[in-house]
Design a binder for this molecule. Structure first.
Ligand SMILES: Cc1cc2nc3c(=O)[nH]c(=O)nc-3n(C[C@H](O)[C@H](O)[C@H](O)COP(=O)(O)OP(=O)(O)OC[C@H]3O[C@@H](n4cnc5c(N)ncnc54)[C@H](O)[C@@H]3O)c2cc1C
Length: 326
């Protein structure tokens, strides 16, 4: 049996591991468009803050893939799925055949499409290359604006405040983490983060971004202006569903799967940030791992386990602050 896994993130890697556990003989190949073996995205925050070195991001020693007889193909971006003949093509025109395939292609950071958001100094943080780029630019560009004060935006702001001169956060809600906290708790969190040196602009909708005298100026709907050298947008994620859609798989907000995490093609499964099940999408480590295990079992044992929806605990800590104590 040939198992092909697209995506070397936490979903793809855990699925490969699980398939290997369940089937010692199968051929298991993992393809990624990135240049690195599996690393953990949450730790990019510590890496940005210079709290860990790059080698600490990587989860397995370099010979892990060989020991587990899993073939890893780096810099291989899947551009086409030929469902009729069960093969895929990558950007270098390499062909990979499969009997069963898992799409674990994750999500990408979504930028809000305001005028000026295409400026090369308006960045997002999703992958190691993004983190490397930010670290490089911050050496010269010392005043940072983070657009979006959600969980990730606050972590990014906190991580950069130790390495940049000024960190400002623009947030649309009138209090921080409005999905997770009530107004009083949000205000308490704001006070604590202000003490750490982060500057907040709340209740502000970003209207446009301009380049002015070598500075970036964000103007909001209230005509507030915020000036900085570098902008990091942390305004949500979107599932990477394009290759699946082009192959005629059912997609919507994500790649649509059934309770066995099987797509509209019975040979193709999907797991992690890229899926949509019952109208829902996810964007968490825990859900990605649980989906990867379920999809892998179903790929090996022909739909034995239905996915039990992952229970996501309300986030306990953000920027080291315990939200339950606010
Ligand atoms: C900075 C940061 C901090 C985070 N912190 C937390 C946290 O504290 N807690 C939490 O629960 N979640 C956190 N998350 C979210 C969590 O990391 C994701 O939910 C998780 O990584 C999703 O895993 P995945 O394997 O589905 O997708 P991904 O990790 O995105 O992996 C998908 C892989 O597929 C590759 N790929 C995509 N398309 C193709 C293609 N066509 N061809 C080849 N390869 C392709 C991508 O490049 C990528 O390597 C964080 C995310 C970020 C960015």
């Amino acid at each position: 049996m040939r198992y092909l896994i697209i995506g070397n993130g936490i979903a793809g890697t855990n699925a490969a591991k699980k398939i290997r556990d369940l089937d010692k003989e199968a051929s298991v190949s993992v393809l990624t468009d990135e240049s690195y073996p599996y690393y953990t995205r949450p730790k990019l925050i510590n890496y940005l803050a210079s709290k860990i070195t790059e080698d600490k991001l990587f989860v397995y020693k370099s010979d892990w893939y060989r020991q587990n007889n899993i073939k890893l193909y780096l810099n291989s971006c899947i551009t086409e799925i030929n469902r009729k003949n069960k093969f895929i093509l990558d950007n270098k025109n390499n062909k990979f055949h499969y009997d069963k395939m898992l799409l674990a292609v994750g999500s990408s950071a979504a930028k809000i499409p305001v005028t000026g958001s295409d400026n090369s100094l308006v960045l997002t943080l999703r992958c190691l290359d993004d983190a490397r780029h930010i670290i490089d630019l911050i050496k010269k560009r010392r005043e940072i604006i983070v657009i979006g004060g959600g969980l990730l935006g606050l972590e990014v702001a906190d991580s950069l405040k130790g390495v940049a001169e000024k960190v400002q956060v623009i947030e649309i809600s009138d209090h921080l983490l409005s999905y997770q906290l009530n107004e009083k708790q949000g205000k308490n969190l704001e006070q604590k983060l202000k003490h750490k040196g982060i500057i907040f602009y709340l209740n502000e909708i970003c209207r446009n971004i301009e380049n002015y005298n070598n500075k970036l100026v964000v103007t909001t709907e209230n005509n507030t202006t915020v000036t900085g050298d570098l902008i990091i947008m942390s305004t949500g994620i979107k599932a990477r569903k394009e290759v699946a859609s082009a192959a005629g798989l059912h997609t919507d907000k994500g790649i649509v799967v059934n309770k066995y995490l099987q797509t509209s093609d019975e040979s193709i499964y999907a797991a992690g940030d890229c899926i949509q099940l019952g109208g829902k999408t996810w964007g968490f480590v825990k859900s990605s791992v649980e989906q990867a295990f379920t999809a892998a079992e179903n790929m090996v044992y022909a739909n034995k386990s239905a996915y039990k929806e992952t229970k996501i605990d309300p986030t306990i800590k953000v920027t080291g602050i315990n939200l339950k104590e606010l």
